[in-house]
Unconditional design. Structure first.
Ligand code: PLP
Length: 401
């Protein structure tokens, strides 16, 4: 695979695996083992001292997991990847790696709820503080930097408002101040956005979402620009905190990843059809989608994303009751959190994923009671539209103020 540069659509299927070295097995074998035998005592000594490369124990490395890591490195244009047992294990590991007691982390104003929870633990236990700010331009970012700031941690698009953070603006500031930058790229997947191309140091994914794509695994991936630094994280934070992925989950991710490009194309084309439909509905107030030409951030979207992906949020008339009535009136579309699955999912951020965010903060972020988030699946688009159509007609029959 190394002699030639293949397109990413080929990389997801072939990178990091040579079937001829595995009895011609076309599928990547599942090495469901905890440990590895050494030929001799001296070989064991050499593996531990690092003189000889090779397997020791599956918390330090596993051949199935290795294939997944190689593929992700190629997909994100990075130097190395570590696979974790959850997206949160990847988040917590990189934040532990980058900070020490007393440091400060600058975050985009929307971050995943449990990431926010982990920042709270860092603050309480180690006085590692953070600020969540709107990163609308370089000045806004620059003004929030403190002498003890060590890194910038962002999500873009931001969940669930689909607000974007301009990666180039963040990098311009980070380079001026020597700050490390981490991007949670879960919402875009490597198919839509590659932050390392902008100079970002680390990209992480909840692989539970688009990378697996089938709603049956919890896993995380951390890709770094620098291969040596990634190996040092493997042999320190990852080894000693122990948040590794199981070989079987890695095997499922390898299987899911093969269809990432075709799935993302379908998620996107379905989302585009639903947006057109939603915009014509009297009961819909506003629709939020990065690649919508009416989106004031459309230019930023085009600079850093290849397409809009499968997530849409929109506000509906009738406030919380209206939103809940709409959800309850759907039948094909399932009421569930998470995203990136084959099934279309709808959730109400104000009472579900963002229920813990204090109300004023929530409103300031644009997460009102009438906001709904849709993770558009892979179904036939007209069936989804038909489902929504019947839910809207139920709402129309019930007068709302
Ligand atoms: C789901 C999610 C996470 C957490 O990942 P888990 O795999 O559930 O631990 C982190 N960031 C984002 C943006 C997510 O959607």
């Amino acid at each position: 695979m190394k002699e030639q540069d293949y397109h990413k659509d080929t990389v997801v299927i072939h990178e990091g695996y040579e079937d001829k070295l595995h009895h011609g097995s076309l599928a990547v074998p599942l090495y469901q083992t905890s440990t590895y035998s050494f030929d001799t005592a001296v070989q064991g000594e050499n593996r531990f001292s690092g003189v000889e490369k090779g397997n020791i124990y599956s918390r330090l490395g596993n051949p199935t997991v290795h294939v997944l890591e190689e593929r992700m490195t190629a997909l994100e244009n990075g130097g190395g990847t570590l696979a974790f047992g959850s997206g949160m294990a990847a988040v917590s590991s990189i934040l532990v790696h980058l900070t020490k007691a007393g440091d400060h982390i600058l975050c985009s104003r929307g971050i995943y709820g449990c990431t926010f929870g982990f920042l709270g633990i860092l603050k309480e236990k180690y006085n590692i503080t953070h600020d969540l700010i709107r990163m609308g331009n370089e000045e806004e970012i620059e003004q929030a930097i403190k002498p003890e700031t060590v890194c910038i941690y962002i999500e873009t698009p931001i969940n669930p408002t689909m607000e974007l953070v301009d990666l180039q603006a963040v990098m311009n500031v980070a380079e001026r101040y020597g700050l490390r930058v981490v991007v949670d790229n879960t919402f875009s997947s490597p198919y839509l956005q590659n932050p390392i191309d902008f100079g970002v140091d680390f990209v992480l994914h909840s692989a539970t979402k688009y990378i697996n794509g089938h709603g049956d695994v919890i896993a995380g991936l951390l890709v770094g620009k620098d291969k040596e630094e990634m190996e040092s994280i493997r042999m320190s934070v990852q080894k000693d905190y122990g948040g590794i992925i199981s070989p079987f989950d890695a095997w499922l991710l390898i299987r899911g990843l093969k269809t990432l490009p075709v799935r993302m194309e379908r998620h996107t084309s379905n989302a585009e059809k639903l947006i057109i439909y939603l915009k014509t509905q009297n009961l819909v107030e506003e629709v939020f989608y990065p690649f919508d030409q009416d989106n004031p951030q459309y230019e930023i979207a085009k600079r850093q994303m290849r397409a809009g992906g499968g997530l849409i949020s929109f506000t509906i008339k009738g406030g919380k009751e209206g939103a809940q009535l709409f959800m309850d009136s759907l039948s094909l579309i399932k009421i569930a959190v998470s995203l990136g699955d084959a099934e279309t999912l709808i959730q109400h951020p104000a009472t579900m994923t963002h229920a813990v965010v204090p109300k004023e903060e929530r409103i300031r972020m644009g997460i009102t009671d009438s906001l709904l988030r849709l993770s558009v699946g892979l179904e036939y688009a007209d069936d989804l539209i038909r489902d929504m159509k019947s839910a809207f007609s139920v709402m129309e029959a019930v007068p709302t103020e």
